[in-house]
Design a protein around this ligand. Structure first.
Ligand code: NDP
Length: 433
């Protein structure tokens, strides 16, 4: 904390991991101390911060800050998304990069941990302005990334449009058509099912979690927050599996639709028209729109936070438990506060952290890298089947790790230990680097 002040989200993420892996560290205390393993784990291999100047539609120069934190490459090239949101700062990118190390390890695929982004806000910008920003951002970032070194992807505010502009600029400057970014469009190397992967993967894992505890997702009432990439496809897959999803939200308000969210309407509003959720009522007159935050007040069996960090606090957890929630699986990264997480666990709620529950996105990004390397495209069903297999295995790995160390049912500990063990093994094998 002394070395990295004013980075509360990073401290929160590190604290959670270190608490979970204490049992492993205690068993090998001498080796950890001698080899500085924890110090190396929590210090990024490299963090890059750069100026991003671009020209807006009025002809004025705007200056944003760009970041790329290359956290850990022990098990593969750095891999992790680019977040474009005004709240972005170094601490946020570091928390996301740190989480990414363990998440990527849990997928079982050879990818290291990294994350990047900028405080640029794509909301309300013209297409030309977004392109100007993306080109300026990539003009600097392209010096540090590559198909075998660091492969960024999308995240909040970075969708197919932004990835396209960034890929074009990378290719122009570096003269390389390579799989340097994932989440690409299908016409230039993208993978089928990547758009759906995080949301679908979240539901494959949730289904397996419930099944393991003798429950069926079909017939359950589900509350989702967010209305972006993760939320939309989580809602779609939940409905395909027979659950009823009654909410979604954005940063200004939320929707309650007692008949179940209309995914086609949501996609039209968010993906095509890029509008706000206030428009939803026009498609579904029976629904309600409320300003501010409130989805966690709705009675449900399963809660899936899919918007952003620390969006579900202790007050929300109290309400959810009082209303009888049985499972909470994180679609977003660290959406549940530490206090709320502990409250769920104390009250017998099945809780799966984002680094496990939302790993389907990065897993499918790694499948996109494989397809790019062999210059082939797999079918939707092929990718989707691999994704499902990865999520089901991932769940059983974290379940087994929790049991092995005497924390049965604690999927936070299970995910952190299972993710950590592989990274630790690779770091040990590669010496002091
Ligand atoms: P999008 O930008 O597509 O959507 C984000 C959604 O969350 C939007 O509805 C947005 O509302 C809302 N939101 C964002 N910031 C806030 C905030 N500060 N307060 C309230 N609501 C907010 O992003 P994604 O769906 O891709 O990402 C959502 C979460 O999932 C993030 O935590 C991300 O890191 C994580 N994630 C994403 C993966 C992916 O493959 N996309 C993979 C793994 C994790 P508004 O439109 O008003 O901004």
């Amino acid at each position: 904390i002394k070395q990295n002040p004013a980075e509360p989200e990073f401290h929160q993420a590190v604290r959670e991991v270190l608490e979970s892996i204490k049992v492993v560290v205690d068993a090998n205390e001498e080796k950890f101390r001698r080899d500085g393993l924890l110090e190396r784990l929590v210090n990024p291999e490299r963090q890059i911060k750069f100026r991003v100047p671009w020209v807006d539609d009025k002809g004025n120069v705007q200056v944003n800050t760009g970041y790329r934190v290359q956290f850990n490459s022990a098990i593969g090239p750095y891999k992790g998304g680019l977040r474009l949101h005004p709240s972005v700062n170094l601490g946020i990118i570091k928390f996301l990069g740190f989480e990414q190390i363990f998440k990527n390890s849990l997928t079982g695929l050879p990818i290291g941990g990294g994350k990047g982004g900028s405080d640029f806000d794509p909301k309300g910008k013209s297409d030309r302005e977004v392109m100007a920003f993306c080109q300026a951002f990539m003009t600097e970032l392209c010096k540090y990334i590559g198909a075998d070194t660091d492969v960024p992807a999308g995240d909040i505010g970075t969708g197919a449009r932004e990835i396209g502009y960034m890929f074009g600029q990378y290719k122009k400057i570096r003269g390389l058509f390579e799989g340097v970014l994932t989440g690409k469009g299908l016409s230039y190397g993208g993978s089928l099912a990547r758009t759906e992967a995080t949301g679908y993967g979240l539901l494959y894992l949730t289904e397996e979690l419930l099944k393991t505890h003798g429950q069926d997702i079909a017939g359950k009432t589900v509350v989702v927050s967010g209305a972006g990439n993760v939320a939309i496809y989580a809602i779609q897959k939940a409905q395909q599996l027979g659950a009823k999803v009654v909410t979604c939200s954005d940063s200004t308000g939320w929707v309650y639709d007692p008949d179940g969210i209309d995914v086609a309407a949501l996609k039209e509003i968010k993906e095509v028209k890029r509008e706000r959720l206030t428009e939803y009522k026009k498609y579904r007159p029976n629904s309600e729109y409320h300003e501010g935050k409130g989805v966690w007040r709705i009675k449900c069996d399963v809660a899936l936070p899919c918007a952003t960090q620390n969006e579900l606090d202790i007050e929300d957890a109290l309400t959810l438990v009082e209303n009888g929630v049985t499972a909470v699986c994180e679609g977003a990264n660290m959406p549940t506060t530490e206090e709320a997480t502990k409250y769920f666990q104390k009250n017998g709620v099945l809780f799966v952290p984002g680094k496990a529950a939302n790993a389907g996105g990065v897993a499918t990004s790694a499948l996109e890298m494989s397809q790019n390397s062999e210059r082939l495209s797999w079918t939707f069903d092929e990718v989707d089947a691999k994704l499902k297999n990865i999520m089901v295995n991932l769940f059983h790995n974290i379940d087994d790790a929790a049991k092995k160390y005497g924390f049965e049912g604690n999927y936070v500990v299970g995910a952190n230990i299972a993710g950590f063990e592989k990274v630790l093994d690779a770091m040990n094998a590669q010496g002091i680097v």
